[in-house]
Write a protein that binds this ligand. Structure first.
Ligand code: NAI
Ligand code: OAA
Length: 328
């Protein structure tokens, strides 16, 4: 399968490209960036896995994207201390719109995995951009929220002294990808009781885990290595689904009206037409969302969802307005 990475030379792009070079489902790895992609691709091409690996420039973007089944987008600027993800909108909104227009033009069938922040707005930008081109397949546009899941798994395991590698059934994350739009959902509600007074701390760490990294990097950017792993985990799920495997349970930020169960979720949540939920993938496309998670929330989790919805409305609207210009 051909995978294209757009923003491949960046802090996330390089380790993500390395991981994809190691994935046996990938036969052709196309690395695109406005700088350095030829060098990154040449470097990776010496690794003795069977995939071909080539670098592309803005002059050859058509070649980079054509035939790609999956396009992963970690392009754009990262945060510095004191910034919110929304502060990135000014620069990244235009970058994402431009990239998605090219994907709509050259790889309209591709599954598009958006990493660029602010995800709560860049995914609506991607959807509206494709819609206006007449190229939207809603289940093909996925906002990558997997890093929130990794953090929830890691932190919950630390609090409960459990095996970090066996936590994906214990906790997941729904909502959006910034601050209080991030809602960790613990499967066994007794774990919440076990956390006791540490529950609030756990939720805060998941919601603001990105800030921990931004602060520790002290001006040199945000999470890159953990994000590369997160992007890899989600992209691998999409690839396995494309290869015919039954894949479900991975949360991603999706356009609800375009997928089965989405309208019910909209009715339950009110106001929002995008939300991250565990999804069912078929041939790498989101065909449905698992709404059952919303009917099994604790009282605390319900409160977190309500707050997430309140914040998401503005983030989503901002993305739509940008994509549609004066049309909205
Ligand atoms: N979804 C998530 O969970 C996460 C998202 N992010 C976001 O990912 C994005 C990238 O982060 P980093 O890799 O740390 O940044 P970076 O600055 O290290 O890399 C970004 C890359 O994008 C490239 N780029 C810029 N404009 C482009 C365009 N029009 N076409 C192609 N490539 C372009 C740059 O040349 C650079 O190589 C940021 O917006 C960041 O906030 C970061 C961590 C987690
Ligand atoms: O915090 C940031 O800006 C990067 C990000 O999205 C994350 O680490 O979750």
């Amino acid at each position: 399968m051909k995978v294209a990475i757009v923003g491949a030379s960046g802090g996330i792009g390089q380790p993500l490209s390395l991981l994809m070079k190691l994935n046996p489902l990938v036969t052709d790895l196309a690395l695109y960036d406005i700088r350095l992609a030829a060098g990154v691709a040449k470097d990776l091409s010496h690794i003795s896995t069977n995939s071909a690996c080539h670098g592309y420039t803005p002059q050859t973007i058509q070649e980079a994207l054509q035939g790609a089944q999956v396009v992963i987008v970690p392009a754009g600027v990262p945060r510095k201390p004191g910034m919110t993800r929304d502060d990135l909108f000014k620069i990244n909104a235009g970058i994402v719109k431009g990239i998605v227009s090219s994907i709509g033009q050259y790889a309209p069938q591709a599954r598009i995995l958006i990493i660029s922040n602010p995800v709560n707005s860049t995914v609506p930008i991607a959807v509206e951009t494709l819609k206006s081109m007449g190229k939207l397949q809603p289940g093909n546009v996925m906002g990558v929220t997997t890093l929130d899941c990794l953090r929830a798994e890691t932190f919950l395991a630390e609090y409960l002294h459990k095996d970090k590698t066996a936590m994906s059934d214990e906790v997941t994350v729904i909502g959006g990808h910034s601050g209080s739009t991030i809602v960790p959902v613990v499967s066994n509600k007794r774990s919440i009781d076990k956390l006791g007074s540490q529950y609030g701390e756990f939720v805060h760490r998941v919601q603001f885990g990105g800030d921990e990294v931004v602060k520790a990097k002290d001006g040199a950017g945000s999470a890159t290595l953990s994000m590369a792993f997160a992007g890899y985990r989600f992209a691998d799920a999409v690839l396995r689904s494309l290869a015919g495997e039954k894949v479900s349970g991975f949360p991603t930020f999706v356009y609800l009206p375009g997928v089965a169960g989405g309208r019910e979720v909209q009715r339950a949540l009110g106001k929002v037409d995008y939300f991250a939920l565990p999804v069912v993938l078929q041939k790498g496309t989101v065909v449905g969302v698992d709404a059952s998670i919303l009917s099994n929330l604790s009282k605390e989790e319900k409160g977190l969802v309500e707050e997430a919805v309140r914040q998401l409305v503005g983030n989503i609207d901002k993305g739509k307005r940008f994509a549609l210009g004066s049309k909205l």
